[in-house]
Design a protein around this ligand. Structure first.
Ligand code: C2E
Ligand code: CA
Ligand code: CA
Length: 745
């Protein structure tokens, strides 16, 4: 279970991770694309502006060339004439002024100023070609200016003609508003010195130094790249990176001096579009992730629910909420596999649950099962493996480590006492448990129920749950239907007994077919005349030349109901014999046959017996039926009705083993019986015999004493007025042939 959740968890994590990686790659891709596009566009823009500036400078140069040309054409020319030339040429007022500089530095300007530029003599006089100066402060009006200069001669003197341009004029050419005024445009020279800038700041600072302040390895490298390219007069674009902010930079050579046009723009402006795409991507990926997560959780949850449902179907008993058969097998196997110490397996069921259902109704039966389940939990504790196997059969698997089971009510203490002590202790505990479980309260009404319990002590080495169930069931089957002992603990003897039972069961049918069941007759004598007056038919099983006594197979046959078949068989054999004797010796003798209690539960058995008697030309009156006293007082059937029917059909009825069943006088008085057979256990108890005789005489019944073994007993019974005597003193039960001697004599 846990492993499955782990796998699912890993699966979801992997998917989410993949989504994150994809998102990251996508974002990186978009970033790269944006970078490329931005740099390309910026490069384009720079190129355009560079062309504009270049054209402008060419224009300026042409104006100066023109003036110089005209000056050189004249042999003699005055300063005023030169200024006139200038004024004519500069119709558009582009320039601030024209200056004429002499070799001593004295300079006269078109706006009638005279200044001293002696410190710049070298700069202006050493070059023959047209020069454009860096930005500098005007000595006249403090404005920032650039000076176009060209050396020439007038009136035999060397002069330099200076054309003064406000640096601002370049800045006016810069894209009116680069990226909404948030970008920067510079003209710099190859060492980074700023010639002109769009931000209307003072020039002369070094752009490279400014960039250098974006301290970072990456940026330094990029800057070096840019510097190198600029040194080589190459155009290019570069992206600087400052803590999540970008600066896109593009540079373009102006073909003037070592001047470059540089446009620098913060990434935030460019990346608005990119950010939007990014945001959409981010949100989408989050939504997708959430959807995946929710779907996965839903799937897991519904799977879990489904599993729980299936689990309930497969393992839980609907009615009681306890585990079912499957649950027991699974948990039991688990426990045996992991536990190396002793456990106890208990199997419990109700005696006569069917009868309870019939009497109180099915619903009440269900309530009983529920209440009983709760009681099991109370008695054994919730953490034992308590299950309902089927119908009214419950099983409890008790772990050894649960040292005691509900101290107050019942407990199984596993101690190191001697086995006998331990055994007795456990017996006591089980007795308590039985009593506790036998009183069930449903809706405040208390029910007394009988339960049967089989216990098996599982040793640590046992691993097969089925085998342990078999053994507990075996012990349980011993308790089943036994009114005296409600629980059995499995032991080897029980098992052997069971095996024997099984052996007997496997050959019983064969026994009837092979006529292995033989009838022995034990005669009954008149206590006064000492003459034979009847006999009891007693079954023997003759198998492989050995006689099996009835107490070894009759209890088994009573349990499995085979006794019904056997009794009927015996009855028919007896009828056969009586008929035979009738013809052979012309004598009829009353034979009593035993019938089991199980028989009385059968419908129509009396009709069958009548038919059999008729078949052998006998009247029911020729036969006596022995019913034990305990059967006569069983509440499971209406004995009076059966006895009346029997009586009406003409059978003679004897109550066998009288005195052992504790029947009340009242009960006996209502029964249409003929004979009382006093149980052999009272043969020496004179007081008891006297009491019995008082009752019997009142009811006017015939009496038979069984188990008569001595003359003394014979005499006493005769004096007490017992009618018939049966016992070893006269004869043991004998086979048919031996019995026939009584007819001959
Ligand atoms: P039961 O009906 O009480 O039979 C009397 C038992 O007492 C017989 O045992 C008999 O052999 C024994 N017995 C007779 N005289 C003496 C005596 O002087 N001393 C002692 N100690 N015992 C004496 P058996 O034949 O072993 O039968 C045992 C029981 O098996 C019977 O008890 C009866 O309940 C049952 N049984 C026998 N045959 C049948 C049968 O055909 N059908 C049914 N349903 N039960 C039978
Ligand atoms: Ca009997
Ligand atoms: Ca008897």
């Amino acid at each position: 279970m846990k492993k499955k959740y782990f796998i699912t968890f890993i699966f979801i994590s992997v998917i989410v991770l993949i989504m994150i990686v994809i998102s990251y790659l996508y974002i990186s891709y978009i970033q790269k694309l944006t970078d490329e596009n931005t740099l390309k566009n910026l490069g384009e823009l720079t190129k355009q502006d560079a062309v504009k500036i270049k054209n402008q400078i060419i224009q300026h140069k042409k104006i100066l060339e023109n003036i110089v040309n005209q000056v050189e054409k004249q042999d003699k020319i005055t300063e005023k004439e030169i200024f006139n030339l200038y004024n004519e040429n500069i119709a558009n007022q582009e320039f601030s002024r024209l200056g004429i500089m002499y070799e001593n530095g004295k300079t006269i300007t078109s706006d009638n100023k005279e200044i001293d530029l002696s410190e710049d003599i070298d700069k202006f006089f050493n070059e023959d070609t047209l020069q454009i100066s860096k930005s500098r402060k005007s000595k006249i009006d403090e404005e920032e200016i650039n000076i176009y200069s060209k050396k020439t001669r007038i009136n035999g003197k060397n002069i330099v003609i200076l054309l003064v341009l406000e640096t601002e004029k370049y800045e006016e050419i810069f894209a009116e508003s680069i990226y909404n005024g948030k970008g920067y445009e510079y003209i710099i020279n190859s060492s980074g010195e700023i010639i002109a800038n769009s931000a209307k700041r003072e020039n002369g600072y070094n752009l490279f130094n400014i960039i250098q302040t974006l301290k970072d390895n990456y940026n330094s490298k990029k800057l070096e790249e840019m510097k190198k390219q600029i040194k080589e007069y190459k155009n290019g674009q570069v992206k600087f990176n400052v803590s999540n902010k970008y600066y896109y930079t593009s540079y373009n050579y102006l073909n003037v001096n070592d001047w470059f046009l540089v446009i620098l723009t913060p990434g935030s402006i460019v990346s608005q579009e990119y950010n939007r795409v990014l945001k959409i991507t981010f949100v989408t990926s989050i939504i997708i992730n959430i959807v995946i997560l929710i779907t996965a959780i839903y799937i897991i949850f519904s799977n879990k629910k489904k599993k729980e449902k299936l689990y309930k179907l497969a393992y839980i008993d609907n009615l009681t909420g306890l585990g079912n058969n499957n649950y027991f097998i699974e948990r039991g196997t688990e426990l045996l596999e992991t536990q190396n110490t002793r456990c106890y397996l208990i199997i419990i069921d109700f005696d006569k649950f069917k009868a309870f259902n019939k009497k109180y109704g099915r619903e009440e039966g269900d309530l009983l099962l529920k209440a009983f389940s709760q009681k099991l939990k109370n008695v054994f504790g919730e953490n034992q493996i308590i299950t309902r196997l089927t119908n009214d059969i419950f099983s409890i698997l008790i772990k050894e480590d649960s040292k005691n089971i509900n101290k107050k009510k019942a407990q199984i203490v596993i101690s190191e006492k001697s086995t006998e002590n331990k055994f007795r202790e456990i017996e006591d505990v089980l007795e308590n448990i039985c009593n506790e479980l036998s009183n069930i309260t449903i809706d405040k009404i208390e029910y007394k129920i009988l339960i049967s319990m089989g216990i098996y002590e599982i040793k640590g080495s046992e691993k097969d749950i089925y085998e342990t169930i078999d053994k507990a069931l075996l012990a349980h089957s011993m308790a089943k239907g036994n009114y005296n002992k409600k629980f059995y603990i499995f032991n080897e003897d029980l098992e052997n007994k069971m095996i024997k039972e099984h052996d007997i069961e496997s050959i019983m049918e064969e026994g009837i077919q092979n006529k292995e069941f033989k009838i022995f007759y034990q005669p009954k004598f008149n206590s006064k005349t000492e003459k034979i007056e009847g006999a009891e038919a007693l079954v023997r099983w003759e198998r492989n030349e050995k006689l099996i006594p009835p107490n070894e197979f009759i209890p088994i046959f009573e349990k499995n109901k085979f006794i019904i078949k056997l009794d009927k068989y015996i009855f028919e054999e007896v009828c056969k014999d009586i008929k035979e004797w009738k013809y052979k010796y012309n004598r009829k003798i009353k034979i009593s046959v035993n019938i089991s209690k199980e028989h009385l539960l059968e419908k129509n058995f009396l009709e069958d017996y009548c038919k059999i008697a008729n078949k052998y030309e006998l009247k029911p009156n020729d036969l006596e039926i022995e019913i034990t006293e305990s059967a006569a007082i069983d509440e499971n059937f209406d004995i009076i009705e059966i006895l009346n029917k029997m009586k009406n059909l003409g059978f003679s009825i004897a109550i066998d083993d009288f005195g052992t069943g504790y029947s009340s006088l009242n009960m006996l008085q209502n029964m249409p019986i003929d004979v009382i057979k006093i149980d052999k256990s009272f043969i020496n108890q004179s007081k008891m015999l006297e009491t019995i005789m008082i009752i019997v005489r009142k009811m006017n019944l015939q009496t038979v004493a069984e188990g008569v073994e001595t003359l003394e007993q014979v005499l006493r019974l005769r004096d007490l007025g017992v009618d018939l005597l049966q016992g070893y003193y006269f004869s043991k039960p004998v086979d048919k042939l031996s019995f026939e001697k009584y007819f001959k004599n």
